[in-house]
Write a protein of this length. Structure first.
Length: 301
């Protein structure tokens, strides 16, 4: 197979591992800098050009689109889909997962466990938002953000209101969620490939940081998850329409709750913590499931 990967940094662990896994299985994998892709949007002949050359002959595309270039990255991925190249994760599914508010609404619709979450546009509704989530402490999140960036803990009603009003004052959209105290600074990252859990780890935040992201100094270890946690992770990936997903759960007293579903999850933390060759499982999934020209997104946009 000839595989393209949309990624800006070829030296990242995740990208090098995917290249290595593809080569070991007899495939070629080209890393294309997403921002260097040019689209020719022509009826019946959509094409992508890379550094002046028209791209042809690819069987599948692996989107590893950074959050800062989501819109352009999705446009490039859609162009590949229009060309009949099979996507590991489809553009509509990635778009859903990148919008935290939309994701939460979809999870709620399907009855999946969530922290109590509130959203409002008018800063004057701060009191109402705080009441919905049960008062401080609360977690305040940008609706678009990754790796713990744009996530703030409001420990008192006064500090939470100040943060909410500050964000809204600069016209930034935020979600306000109840703080799951019993989870502490730990969460679960469950890696789903093709509707199956292939690896899971517990991440614990750095001292004095309630966020558990490894990029922010957290640590990770392999962990055995419960059947309910496994089912929640698989269903979360499915309702998003994602073939590959990193599902982040918290262990609440009333069961697992979803914090986020990542459509481009990193491989370094999960492979090092569990010893599972996740990259190999991703390439194997592509081998067994890619179909030329089959790019219809499951479900509605």
């Amino acid at each position: 197979m000839k595989i393209a990967m949309l990624a800006r940094n070829a030296n990242l662990y995740s990208h090098k591992r995917l290249v290595e896994a593809a080569k070991e299985r007899g495939h070629s994998l080209d890393i294309l800098n997403t921002l260097r892709c040019t689209m020719s949007i022509t009826s019946h002949r959509p094409t992508v050009l890379y550094e002046g050359q028209t791209l042809t002959g690819y069987d599948a595309v692996i989107p590893r689109i950074g959050a800062s270039i989501t819109q352009y990255g999705l446009a490039v991925l859609r162009q590949f889909e229009m060309m009949g190249v099979w996507p590991l994760n489809e553009s509509v599914a990635i778009g859903r997962s990148r919008d935290k508010l939309r994701s939460m609404q979809i999870f709620a619709k399907h009855g999946l466990g969530l922290p109590v979450t509130a959203f409002a546009h008018d800063p004057k509704q701060t009191e109402e938002v705080m009441k919905i989530v049960g008062g401080a402490p609360v977690v305040i999140k940008l609706t678009e953000g990754t790796q713990g960036i744009g996530v703030v803990l409001g420990e008192t009603d006064k500090s939470a209101k100040s943060v909410i009003e500050a964000f809204r004052g600069v016209n930034v959209n935020i979600l306000v969620q109840e703080f799951i105290k019993e989870a502490g600074s730990s969460d679960l990252r469950i890696f789903v490939v093709g509707g199956k859990v292939v690896a899971s780890m517990m991440r614990t935040g750095a001292p004095d940081d309630f966020r558990s992201n490894l990029h922010r100094g957290g640590s990770a270890k392999s962990i055995k998850i419960t059947p309910e946690e496994r089912s929640t992770a698989v269903r979360a990936a499915k309702v998003m329409g994602l073939n590959v997903a990193g599902v982040d759960l918290l262990r609440a007293n009333h069961g697992p709750v979803i914090m986020e579903v990542n459509s481009s999850p990193g491989l370094e933390g999960i492979e090092n913590a569990t010893g599972v060759k996740v990259a190999d499982k991703i390439i194997e999934f592509i081998e067994n499931n890619y179909q030329p020209g089959k790019t219809k997104t499951r479900g509605k946009g």
